[in-house]
Ligand binder design. Structure first.
Ligand SMILES: [Zn+2]
Length: 475
């Protein structure tokens, strides 16, 4: 059986219905029972159906917020009670996987540049009182680059809730759950792989020790859990006796007491012993953006399930699912079984809506050139998704992609295969207007030993809209 991305379905009054398969969407369009409502994400509108007469099932939108990429997954949820134990088994069927790529860095760079230009211009005003220290920031203020992350995630939560009847939300809030570890600094924990508490403890230790080897500061290497006071000499499994070390250091230390192992380095010995006693503050587990996002999600009035990163990782390993942002989102919170996760991913890149500033500047802040006063040319705007059918000349052919306009009317089109330059506006027709995002579909790469249905990709690209779904930011 081949799985593919679900198609969003609206009723005749544009109220969301349950998403359907692409095959079904194609049949409905063919019979004239549906119209194409939106190309990306592909959405159809049924002309003869009302939401009141339709059956809806529980849909959950799951979020794994990240600094560069946020994973989103829309899943259908089924809960069954196991007869023998009374446990609730939650089975998820993945409908759509999305990855939202943020542009926090671009925002930060632009603001830093602007600040530098202004400082240069205004620094010359000699006879004005100092004005740099007279502003306060409101409480819970987030910098523009961070606020952008929260805003774009919320924009997509809202957008998706207009396309599908979402009934609940899940968000990964903290990296680890101190409750699941039962006060990690006091009681002993089972830290072996396979139990949830172990995953929480591991994430906790990584955070506490700064994700580097405590003995040699090695970063970006596999890190192992090490007993500061060796177990063979009576050291316990409590978290305050654990640290993280690279494989070499862990081997070299072996079962030596730490005072002996670090005899030549009293400075580091003192640091490690001090650090081991200091419990990590809870606040370090929740970063400010995730917290701000949670506050905004609560305002949607949908129930929000919160979970820790340790639980996500535990679910992912247990279910044999590869590490991808969108699949991490699937694994957030309470999950027992996952179906249909191996499918194409809609990658959404926040591109912005162009520059407000109409003067291009050199790196010293002097004018370099001017952009057109209006952002539109011949009815097109940079970021629009267009289809160009060129009938004559060297560039004859059909192109689909994101357009970058020029005042001359000779446009550039970013297609799936590359940038096509100098296409006249006369050959272009609008597929979807620019909305501040670029879209492309990507595949989940499977490693050996990971479950999956192999050829799940083919069907996804066969709908009229879907192979138009390609664009990358231009300039
Ligand atoms: Zn090391």
């Amino acid at each position: 059986m081949e799985w593919s991305m679900a198609v969003f379905v609206l009723d005749r009054r544009k109220k969301p219905l349950m998403p359907c398969s692409e095959k079904r969407a194609r049949i409905m369009l063919g019979r004239g029972r549906a119209r194409i409502h939106r190309m990306v994400p592909f959405t159809i509108r049924l002309v003869d159906r009302l939401r009141e007469n339709s059956v809806l099932q529980p849909l959950r939108l799951k979020l794994d917020p990240g600094s560069k990429t946020t994973g989103l997954a829309l899943v259908r949820e089924k809960e069954t009670e196991e007869a023998s134990t009374g446990e609730i088994i939650r089975t998820l069927t993945v409908l759509t996987l999305l990855e939202l790529n943020h542009r926090g860095h671009a925002i930060r760079d632009a603001l830093t540049g602007r600040r530098a230009f202004r400082r240069r211009r205004r620094g010359n005003l000699r006879y004005r009182p100092a004005r740099f220290d007279n502003r306060t920031k409101p409480k819970a203020w987030l910098s523009p680059s961070l606020r952008h992350r929260v805003d774009t995630v919320m924009a997509w939560v809202t957008r998706l809730s207009h396309l599908a009847p979402i009934t609940s939300l899940s968000q990964e809030l903290a990296r680890f759950d101190t409750q699941a570890m039962q006060n990690p600094e006091i009681s002993g924990v089972e830290y072996q792989q396979g139990t949830l508490a172990g995953y929480e403890a591991r994430e906790y230790l990584l955070e506490k020790w700064g994700r580097e080897c405590a003995y040699c500061d090695a970063k970006n290497v596999p890190l192992e859990i090490d007993h500061i006071h060796p177990r063979s000499l009576g050291g316990g499994d409590r978290v305050s006796n654990l640290t993280i070390a690279c494989h070499e250091c862990n081997q070299r230390k072996g079962n030596k007491p730490i005072a002996l192992f670090l005899a030549g380095n009293p400075e580091r010995l003192r640091k490690i012993l001090a650090q081991s006693k200091a419990p990590l503050k809870d606040a370090a587990a929740v970063n400010s953006t995730r917290w701000a996002l949670y506050q905004r999600l609560k305002e949607t009035s949908l129930p929000v399930e919160l979970a820790s990163g340790g639980r996500t990782k535990w679910n992912r390993r247990r279910l044999g699912i590869p590490k991808e942002h969108c699949l991490d989102a699937v694994c957030v919170g309470h999950v027992d079984e996952v179906e249909n996760w191996h499918q194409p991913v809609l990658a959404i890149k926040a591109t912005g809506r162009g520059s407000y500033q109409r003067t291009r500047l050199t790196k010293h802040g002097f004018p370099l050139g001017y952009m057109t006063r209006s952002k539109g040319v011949f009815g097109f705007q940079t970021g629009d998704m267009v289809k160009a059918i060129v009938t004559t000349g060297k560039k004859a052919g059909a192109y689909l992609g994101r357009v970058a306009i020029r005042a001359s009317g000779s446009f550039n089109i970013q297609t799936a295969t590359g940038l096509i330059q100098g296409i006249s506006h006369r050959f272009c027709s609008m597929i979807q207007r620019a909305d501040g995002y670029g879209y492309s579909t990507t595949k989940i790469a499977l490693k050996k030993g990971e479950a999956g249905t192999g050829a799940a990709h083919a069907a996804a690209l066969s709908l009229p809209g879907m192979n138009a779904v390609v664009s990358r930011a231009i300039g």
